[in-house]
Ligand binder design. Structure first.
Ligand code: FMN
Length: 105
């Protein structure tokens, strides 16, 4: 399996969580790309089976690069296994869709 863990961060916590997720996935022999949302291309999404997108929440909103990544790739993401994560006050918020990456087989 090939996975992409994309993140939007302002202060670095979400990047840290993305890296931890990437580490867990690698331990499960998943090939992982970990990248800032604004640097992710449509080709990066097309070439992965599992897409995890996470963002800090600032004033009630996802950060724009993470939001834009989803909005610009809606069709491609619809055909993928996805998990979307929100970071709330330094903690990981609920997974909106999909399963926890450390529970994937
Ligand atoms: C100016 C500011 C606004 C924030 N607004 C929200 C918010 O509306 N809802 C929320 O749950 N957390 C909010 N937070 C908390 C951040 O989501 C949290 O600190 C997060 O860990 C930041 O992630 P980052 O380190 O990846 O940037 C806010 C934090 C700051 C500094």
């Amino acid at each position: 399996m090939r996975a992409l863990v994309a993140y939007g961060t302002r202060y670095g916590s979400t990047k840290g969580i993305a890296e931890r997720m990437g580490k867990v996935l690698k331990e499960k022999k998943v090939e992982v790309m970990i990248e800032e949302a604004e640097r992710v291309s449509a080709a990066d999404i097309a070439s992965r089976d599992l897409i995890v997108i996470g963002s800090a929440i600032i004033m009630g909103n996802w950060l724009r690069p993470a939001e834009k990544l989803i909005a610009s790739n809606e069709t491609a993401l619809a055909g993928k296994r996805t998990a979307r994560l929100r970071l709330l006050h330094g903690r990981l918020g609920p997974v909106a869709r999909g399963r926890r990456p450390d529970k994937l087989s």
